[in-house]
Write a protein that binds this ligand. Sequence first.
Ligand SMILES: CC/C=C\CC(=O)SCCNC(=O)CCNC(=O)[C@H](O)C(C)(C)COP(=O)(O)OP(=O)(O)OC[C@H]1O[C@@H](n2cnc3c(N)ncnc32)[C@H](O)[C@@H]1OP(=O)(O)O
Length: 303
Amino acid sequence: MALASGVRFAARALLRPWALLRGTTLGRTEPAAGGGGDGARRFGSQRVLVEPDAASGVAVMKLRNPPVNALSLELLTELVISLEKLENDKTFRGVILTSDCPRVFCAGLDLTEICGRNPAHCAEYWKAMQELWLRTYLSSLVLVAAINGACPAGGCIIALSCDCRVLADNPKYRIGLNETLLGIIAPFWLKDTYVNTIGHRASEQALQLGSLFPPAEALQVGLVDQVVPEDQVQSTALSEMARWLAVPDHARQLTKNMMRKATADRLLRQRDADTQNFVSFVCRDSIQKSLQAYLEKLRQRKG
Ligand SMILES: CC/C=C\CC(=O)SCCNC(=O)CCNC(=O)[C@H](O)C(C)(C)COP(=O)(O)OP(=O)(O)OC[C@H]1O[C@@H](n2cnc3c(N)ncnc32)[C@H](O)[C@@H]1OP(=O)(O)O
């Protein structure tokens, strides 16, 4: 698909991932615990563990950037590269995205990437965030989010860009876009993704209030598709995957593209402007102060 290859090219050019990943272990392949043949070998990088199952065509991709899977520039880059690797391998038709960190799926943007940083760094970081969203939102693979922990803001972006979301039934595992509570604003493409998922009125309310939904409410509003006991998240994600993979790939992929292309194109058309907006907004003194205060509050909450 021309769009997909354009995005791929942009990822390489913008992120220079190989340079960024120098010194990491991306591409390392090792046998999975108890594993045997190729179908059981896992690969990945320092922050993304990939457990491929060639027989089923499904890979489990685990975020492992402790303690909370904050989306550092490195994690964003490694996620994009791992996904690209699976997309380029015709063996794979689906990916289950989950967390390797206890109690947290993903804490969202790594606030240290945008606090006290210069505009050039913030721009590079935001482009990486855009890239991850474009790559996941338009992926030709079936993506199922197995949400086994808290899922605020950027974590919710990842979940929203999947085709299906399964959330563990734990009242501490809240999900939603809480940007306003940090004094920042969700970009239009994230707003669009929210609207596409839960509708306009629910998004209007949830975005302004910065709502983080506990599981039952997340299910009710349509933010997740299933809420199940914690120990059943993985098996339910696999059952969901089987349901999606029962559909012929070409028909499902063309339909996905038809449903999502306009939303993605809107960002592709104004990517630079979106980056400039983000950078000029977060670099304002007042926004830096409120981000610093939020980070400080998180740090003090401990213990
Ligand atoms: C612009 C639009 C796009 C996206 C916007 C965003 O994504 S902004 C980020 C929004 N994220 C949040 O508001 C989540 C903040 N974190 C939390 O609420 C909790 O950390 C969480 C995820 C519920 C986990 O709680 P837990 O009690 O398990 O961990 P704790 O709070 O003690 O955190 C451990 C250390 O991680 C640091 N940390 C947490 N979140 C972030 C983050 N987003 N960025 C950077 N660092 C983060 C936290 O400060 C602790 O650090 P430490 O030095 O160990 O004290």
